[in-house]
Design a protein around this ligand. Sequence first.
Ligand code: PMT
Length: 397
Amino acid sequence: MELEGKRIVLGVTGGVAAYKAAGLLRLLTGAGADVQVAMTEAATRFVGPITFAALSGKPVLTDMWAAAADNRPMTHIDLTRAADAILVAPATADFIARLAQGRADDLLATLILARACPLLLAPAMNRQMWDNPATQRNLELLRQDGVICLGPATGAQACGEEGMGRMLEPETLQEALRAFFTPKSLTEKKVLLTAGPTFEAIDPVRGITNLSSGCMGYAVARAAAQAGAEVTLVSGPVARAAPFNVTRIAVQSALEMHAAVMKRAADADIFIAVAAVADYRAERIAPQKLKKSAGGLPEIRLTPNPDILAEVAALPDAPFCVGFAAESEQLETHAQQKRQRKNIPLIVGNLIQEGFGGETNHVVLFDDAGSHPLPVAPKTQIARQLLAHILALMEKK
Ligand code: PMT
């Protein structure tokens, strides 16, 4: 949604990671962006312009003089006037140095110098080149000029070395662009969340858990980060990557989730408890695997877990607290009862069959003013609507 109709110039410079730029281009056009590719001469030695032309559906710009000969002498100006952003991926050390000096010695550098839109760079280079003070100096200069630097990441490099300098993966760059285009309604806010199920061990291989996939909680974390918040996500065991710009703390049990949240709650502005926390855990975790015995069924005694949300809401300087309630019947009655019992201003009600798993949800927001049903929608969209409702309530306060 954030990339739909956005006009992006994708600059590709000469590094091995140029092949990943083709994947990025696919993701961007797939998300509805209108992408014009411009390559340096060196980039064309790594990947042919035909690949980018086929994926973008447009001729690739490589040569200033070719454009001029084609009766388009002002390509470098026209292009960026129409663009919403320029992203250079990969951005080599040499290209970064040229930008820092304000050079205009090829088409891509020229259109960047002549730009009237924001510039984002995804550096990619050998770790020594990245660590070189000259590269860091150049990047600092560019940052001072308002250029946004995405990555790089650390890991295995094309040269066989290991370290800082890998270009961010295409999916991560796409996420970063989405975040870039999202209005920053939560800047300077610290948001703490829980998501996913908890796993309460019974013995070394078995435990009590539930069907929460983490989809809803991760969607809220992602939307908050895109809106500019500093986000910490305390997550139960789920098979999901942490959203871009979100600090994830992985936990297993409710007690671990409780400890991780209580350590950070006093510092948060907003606490959103999306996790399906087990209400009970085994009183004693068997040190060895429980065996089938001839003498009848094994007995597992349960003991209650702490109520994380209620404890955070009871803190002297509590953050704005939001709960979720997954109910099998009487949604309004049960959700409102939970809201009152936990003493929180807002709870999100969903039916079990609609909330757990899946990419969509059907929720009703309950607050002091009553109930606010939202239409069935992808969890990503519900997350944005929920954050807007939270902000409106906080402003009223
Ligand atoms: O992860 P998905 O597959 O996308 O599914 C999303 C979801 C259905 C799990 C989510 O939308 C949801 O409804 N989460 C809350 C589940 C629930 O019913 O929780 P509860 O009624 O046990 O608890 C109410 C609130 O108190 C919740 O905000 C919960 O996080 C919190 N709680 C509960 C118990 C506990 N010990 N500590 C808590 O903080």
